[in-house]
Each structure stands twice: as C-alpha cells, then as structure tokens.
Ligand binder design. Structure first.
Ligand code: GTP
Ligand code: MG
Length: 241
C-alpha cells in the first residue's frame, strides 16, 4: 500500500462523489454460474453491470444477457484483455471487478467504491488475506503465489501488498492512464505496480472469500493453470519497468 506524494492534483476532484459504479465481471466458460452470480447482486450499488467475455465456448454471454447484464465481447484472449475491452465504453465510471464464480460477496463492493468517491484512494484492492476466508477458499499454492508476488513487489519496487485480489475498484480514467500491457493473469499485479508509479493512491481493504459456487476452475482450482498463471505473474513483476 502506498501514499504517493507525486500524485497530480486533478481539476475534476469535486465530482468524485457522483461517479457511477460499473461492475465488470470477466467470465470464461461460466455458463453454470453466471446467472446466479448476476441474480445475487445487491440492489442500489451498481449503475451498470457488464460481463466481459472472450474465448468462451459455452453460452456464458447468452446467459449473462438473459439475466439482464450487458456483455462486452472481444476477440483478444486473456483475462486482462477481457477486462481492458470494457474501457472503451466506461466513460469515467468507477470500475469494480468481480469474479463470475460467486466466490466473492458483491455487497462488499461498497468498501471498494467508497474510498474512491470520498477521495481517499484511487485504486482499492480487496485483500482476501485481510478478510475472512471460508475453509478451502484460498488454496495453499495460491497463498504461496500471492505471498511470493508480494515479496517480489516489495523487493523490486518497495510496495507493500498482502494480496493480488481480483475484486478491486479503480476509475476508468485512471486505468487508461496506466498503459497496461499484460493481457493474461499478470494483469492484477501489473496494475498494482503501475498504479503507484502513476501517482495513484492505493489501499487494500478486507474482503471475504468463499468457494466457487458452480462451474469449473480456471486458475487456482486447476494446478497446471495455476503454475502457468504463477509464472505469468512473476514474469510480469520483472517485466514492468
Ligand atoms: N473473460 C475472461 N474471463 C476469465 C478468463 N480467465 C478467467 N476468467 C474469469 O476470471 C475469474 C477468475 O477465474 P477463476 O476460475 O474463478 O479463478 P480462481 O478464482 O483463481 O480459481 P477458481 O475459483 O478455483 O476457479 C472468473 O470469473 C473467470 O471466469 C479469460 O481468459 N477471459
Ligand atoms: Mg474464482
């Protein structure tokens, strides 16, 4: 977590309290769970709900539309690519990223949004390490990977993080300025490095983590995918200048 004195003063600060909140749910082959995740969203928290789809071979997009969400599809593959594709139509909304698998508590999004609206932070990361985790929610290799990435970020850049949690919020205008390059699973870690470099104020807040409600694991619950993602994450820590 960082407080960066180089942060530029922005003329639009007084409007922060009225920023809209857009929920972005990256989803890859999440047909079995996407509808229940969408239907369990809290009322009155999000102004827009977008499901970000790429590469899915099932009916994720159709199910999302049927449940009332907007769908943004891109041909470019990768978790990060799906998230970035939303930027073209996000205006200056606060973007809240949430997993499709129902493992996070969307009601806790207010903890992520409020510090941005209150002008206390620019990137708010939901830390599963600081919050309550259900038994089995954070697997040992996942915890080790998060810890290793945190140590490397601290050694290389001096930034202190407890997690790479994907449940996070940032203004679309800030995200555009970061010049994100990573298109796969190094996306979260790249954001955590580029944000303080760009003068954004970054904080972590506790979020709870549960189990995937349905569907198949794409990362943590799949060992070979975890190893690939872990490699990609570590590579990203060293690739960002
Ligand atoms: N659009 C898109 N979404 C993705 C991609 N890879 C993963 N996701 C989504 O990103 C979120 C996180 O993936 P998960 O499979 O839940 O990964 P995890 O939480 O590490 O592991 P499990 O919960 O055990 O599956 C889910 O909503 C996925 O559907 C991708 O390439 N494109
Ligand atoms: Mg998950």
């Amino acid at each position: 977590m960082t407080e960066n004195p180089r942060r530029a003063i922005r003329l639009d600060e007084p409007l922060r309290s009225t920023l809209r909140a857009t929920l972005v749910i990256p989803a890859y082959n999440e047909e079995p769970v996407i509808e229940s995740t969408l239907r369990s969203l809290p009322a009155g928290v999000f102004d827009r709900v977008i499901v970000a789809v790429n590469g899915s071979t099932d009916r994720t997009a159709e199910r999302a539309r049927a449940a009332g969400a907007e769908v943004v599809e891109t041909a470019e593959l990768g978790y990060g690519a799906a998230c970035l594709a939303v930027l073209d139509q996000a205006g200056d909304d606060i973007l809240v990223f949430l997993q499709a698998d129902g493992s996070e508590d969307a009601r806790e999004a207010v903890r992520l949004i409020e510090p941005i609206r209150n002008n206390e932070a620019d990137l708010v990361i939901g830390s599963r390490v600081l919050g309550e985790a259900a038994p089995g929610a954070l697997l040992v290799h996942q915890q080790f990977g998060n810890w290793l990435a945190a140590v490397l970020m601290r050694l290389r850049f001096g930034y202190r993080y407890t997690d790479l949690g994907p449940f996070r919020a940032i203004r679309a205008s800030d995200l555009r300025r970061l010049g994100m390059r990573e298109r796969a699973y190094g996306w979260t870690v790249e954001m955590q490095i580029r944000a303080p470099q760009a003068g954004l104020r970054v904080i972590e807040v506790p979020v709870s983590s549960g189990l995937r409600r349905a569907g198949s694991p794409k990362v943590a619950g799949n060992l070979s995918a975890s190893l690939k993602a872990g490699y990609r994450i570590i590579r990203t820590v060293f690739a960002v200048r």
